[in-house]
Ligand binder design. Structure first.
Ligand code: AMP
Ligand code: GLY
Length: 417
């Protein structure tokens, strides 16, 4: 099977790495890709938001499966354009991707499907905003209704800051604060059958001890030794299956990757958000642990035959990923800085630790930073402590001027806390 992956972040590098190891994949293409993906896939330039261009490329390459990685092309209807060209596509339709594209839509689906989530108000006027902020009190949770690359959410005790963020959005969701650890659980679905993956935890804040601004994610680990072993079954029953059923009932079936961002509160599991694609950086650790070849699973989802997919097989190993970000990420990341030490990681740490590129590009002989999150160092080990040690040993070999990373990814979980 020839597979074309759309996107160019560390998530797409993780997807391409897994697909490149799959014996059923005869050719692997990525568009637009990045400097690291170029080592496992043939790159093509494309405007990932242009459905016609993506469909044309997939047709030219005779792709038997297209995998759309990021949310922006999904919300722009790229998966629909590929399917209209007669090519199986892993990724939801424009309408179903509204589950991520509009927080208000997601809330409406959850209400209809009886899925537990934070109580919320959708506001468009200053008056509505003040009423909602008053109703919930501090800490305030204020979410831009549209796509914001993980940066549209403000959680603060400061009512003025909450109000200012709300007023800057066209439409805003203000909701109840959910206390408790966060879990990301991904499920692959064809719109009917739902196949959960293993849970992971992401670190959203820029700095150690969960301080600093929200980011797209600074690291992740899996499995979660502290979580209730029944968690996946419970979320399947209370969240994933009802959501997939509700979208089908509305005539907009969701096929692709359904990402549930969850809070484990004292009153039970609550959905913080849905995403319509693999999460970044959680994908790096989840796929590091998946033994089942990936292409067949994604193709079953794309073709509506997921029921025929045998159970997924997982490695016993734990996985940890640490994101290395640019100077000034997430505000105004500096780009164009050379990245050194990649060869050392390949020589000294592979295959237990490896670099997945996010914002990188080739500049002559050098590889330079080209985005906020630059790369993600992923490692496996017999347990989280071991995986963590390997990940940070590899991180220490990478040199990026002004680069930053968190030093506490998976630290608490590895220590059994
Ligand atoms: P989201 O983009 O909706 O995932 O929000 C980004 C981050 O903001 C989440 O990962 C949480 O850390 C935090 N957050 C979002 N909603 C809530 C909430 N209702 N209560 C507490 N924290 C939240
Ligand atoms: N890990 C957060 C996200 O992918 O949105």
């Amino acid at each position: 099977m020839k597979v074309l992956v759309i996107g160019g972040g560390a998530r797409e590098h993780a997807l391409c790495r897994s697909l490149s190891l799959d014996p059923d994949v005869s050719a692997l293409y990525c568009a637009p890709g990045n400097a690291g993906i170029a080592e496992v896939a043939e790159l093509y330039p494309v405007d990932a938001l242009d459905g016609a261009a993506v469909a044309r490329l997939a047709t030219e390459l005779e792709a038997g499966l297209v995998v759309v990685g990021p949310e922006a092309p999904l919300v722009a209807g790229v998966a629909d354009a590929v399917r209209e060209a007669g090519i199986p596509c892993f990724g939801p339709s424009e309408e179903a991707a509204q589950l991520e594209g509009s927080k208000a839509f997601a809330k409406d689906v959850m209400a209809a499907a009886n899925v537990p989530t934070a109580r919320s108000y959708v506001c468009t006027t200053a008056e509505e905003i003040d009423t909602a902020l008053d109703a919930f009190g501090a800490p305030y949770v204020v979410k831009d209704d549209g796509l914001a690359a993980g940066k549209g959410v403000v959680v603060t005790d400061d009512v003025d800051q909450a109000r200012q963020h709300a007023l800057a959005c066209d439409r805003v969701v203000i909701e109840e604060f959910l206390d408790g650890p966060e879990v990301s659980l991904f499920a692959i679905t064809d719109g009917v059958t739902v196949l959960p993956l293993q849970p992971a935890q992401d670190f959203k804040r820029a700095l150690d001890n969960d301080e600093g601004p929200n980011t797209g994610g600074m690291g992740a680990y899996s499995p979660l030794p502290w979580a209730d072993p029944k968690l996946v079954d419970e979320v399947m029953e209370s969240v994933l299956q009802p959501t997939v059923d509700e979208l089908r009932r509305r005539g907009t079936p969701f096929s692709g990757l359904l990402y549930a961002g969850l809070a484990i509160t004292s009153r039970g599991v609550r959905v913080i958000e849905f995403n319509a694609r693999f999460g970044d950086p959680e994908t790096q650790v989840v796929l590091a642990r998946l033994r089942t070849p990936l292409a067949g699973v994604l193709l079953h989802a794309a073709n509506g035959t997921l029921e025929a997919q045998p159970s997924l097989v997982w490695r016993d190993d734990a996985a940890v990923t640490v994101v290395v970000a640019s100077h000034n990420y997430p505000e105004t990341p500096r780009t164009g800085d050379p990245i050194e030490g990649l060869d050392e990681v390949a020589a000294q740490d592979a295959p237990d630790a490896y670099v997945l590129h996010a914002g990188t590009r080739r500049d002559g002989d050098a590889i330079v930073s080209a985005g906020g999150r630059v790369l993600s160092v992923t490692a496996t080990g017999s347990d989280l402590a071991h995986a963590r040690e390997r990940a940070y040993a590899a991180v220490s070999r990478i040199r990026l001027e002004g680069g930053q990373h968190r030093t506490d990814i998976a630290a608490k979980a590895a220590a059994g806390a």
